[in-house]
Design a protein around this ligand. Structure first.
Ligand code: ADP
Ligand code: MG
Length: 397
């Protein structure tokens, strides 16, 4: 689960991190009021969407056009004007995809005097099973280019899980960020606060880009992107409350109700698979035969007929889906349960696209019989290769 920048900043502030003052607004009038609560003379109006790259983003309509989702304003009236241009408008950034995201909230905060823009993130490094700090002196809006062109400018500092965070880790980061004097002290303190927030709140990612050094010689969190481990949400009801459903894909919201692991993708072949590994290889083989998957969907090991029906409905409701591939290996999952779920869903919502079903494993004969006796127009397949070729052919002709 992801949260907005302003929510992340409030959270980090509660751990003591230096964050600028600001206020969230849903209307231009609220934005002006938020600006009047701040000292000025410089305000920043920031579009709140669950995607980065706002500064260099472009709005689809209106005068805001090329000016992006992060703008400096010199008066409260100007804050109101920028807010009016952003709210309700669609912002397209490198991270939103071409469809962009509608801006429903904006954040108005104090303008900062920036001397240096640094990059810092914390994540779980799966290769070493450790929490990793990733940092660079080259922070700001072009970090993707830095990672691609000058990867040596990006440093990783790992934290030993037995020892936890210690000032030594903070000093290593300070050295990588080329900080000296009092800034080293500030860095050691801030990294400790961020590490604590990361671990206590079960974050999956905490990214501060930029982390700035102000003209006055202070470290400041200027942007914050935070994502949480969904599997740990049950122990953070306060965080769960921050969820903004308008930022999420409707199909993914529906899938989460049934506890289905579903991720919407850009292709046109809908997939229903049991097991994450099999789902990944199903996506791979669809690509191998020249098409693109419309989704990742793992119905899980012991899915019920209701869960399978819900999954099938989510797939068929996607207008991008031009064909469906059901690929099930029955272990704990029984093939007849899958067959019944698919048929129940088709009876309810109809079937307008070709459907290839490949069943293998527990109760496979029973499953195949249920499908063949259903009278549905299903293309049966024997193995993964056969199934992928058949669905790609059915979709592409
Ligand atoms: P994004 O990463 O989505 O583009 P940021 O919050 O990082 O959004 O803002 C982009 C740039 O705007 C920053 O790199 C910084 O230069 C500038 N900026 C952001 N917030 C402020 C602020 N409060 N004061 C001054 N400049 C800011
Ligand atoms: Mg940023």
């Amino acid at each position: 689960m992801n949260i907005h920048e302003y929510q992340a900043k409030t959270l980090l502030k509660s751990f003591g991190a230096p964050v600028a003052d600001g206020g969230v607004a849903m209307t231009p009038a609220e934005a002006e009021a938020a600006a009047k609560n701040l000292p000025g003379p410089l305000w920043v109006v920031k579009a709140q969407i669950h995607a980065g790259g706002r500064g260099k983003g472009k709005f689809k309509e209106s005068e805001a056009g090329e000016k992006g989702g992060v703008r400096l304003a010199k008066s409260a009236a100007e804050v109101r004007e920028f807010a009016a241009q952003m709210l309700g408008n669609t912002l397209v950034t490198k991270q939103t995809g071409p469809a962009g995201k509608q801006v429903n909230r904006i954040y108005v905060e104090d303008g900062a005097d920036i001397a240096r823009e640094l990059y810092l993130s914390i994540l779980v490094d799966r290769a070493t099973s450790r929490v990793a700090f990733v940092c660079s002196t080259e922070g700001g809006m072009d970090i993707e280019a830095v990672a691609e062109e000058t990867p040596e400018k990006i440093h990783t500092v790992l934290v030993d899980p037995a020892a936890g965070y210690s000032p030594y880790v903070g000093r290593k980061i300070a050295a990588a960020l080329e900080l000296d004097g009092d800034l080293v002290k500030q860095c050691v303190k801030l990294m400790g606060q961020l590490y604590k927030a990361f671990v206590e709140k079960d974050m999956a990612l905490l990214e501060i880009n930029p982390l700035i050094v102000t003209e006055g010689g202070n470290l400041h969190v200027l942007d914050a992107k935070v994502g949480f481990d969904n599997n740990a949400m049950y122990r953070h009801p306060d965080i769960a409350e921050l969820r903004d459903l308008t930022e999420e894909d409707e199909k993914e919201i529906e899938a989460s109700k049934y506890d289905l692991a579903y991720i919407a993708l850009e292709g046109d072949i809908g997939c229903m698979v049991n097991g994450a590994g099999l789902a990944m290889s199903t996506m791979d083989i669809i690509k191998l035969y020249g098409a693109e998957p419309a989704n990742f969907l793992d119905v899980g090991g012991g899915a019920s007929k209701e869960k399978v029906t819900a999954a099938f409905k989510i797939i068929t409701a996607d207008p991008n889906v031009k064909g469906i591939l059901v690929n099930i290996f029955g272990g704990i999952m029984k093939c007849d349960v899958i067959a019944e779920g698919v048929i129940a869903a088709v009876r309810e919502v109809g079937l307008k696209v070709p459907l290839v079903v490949r069943l293998e494993g527990t109760n496979v004969e029973k499953g195949k019989k249920i499908i063949s006796e259903s009278g549905l127009d299903v293309i049966p397949a024997d193995d993964l290769d056969d199934a992928a070729q058949k669905i790609v052919k059915a979709v592409k002709g």
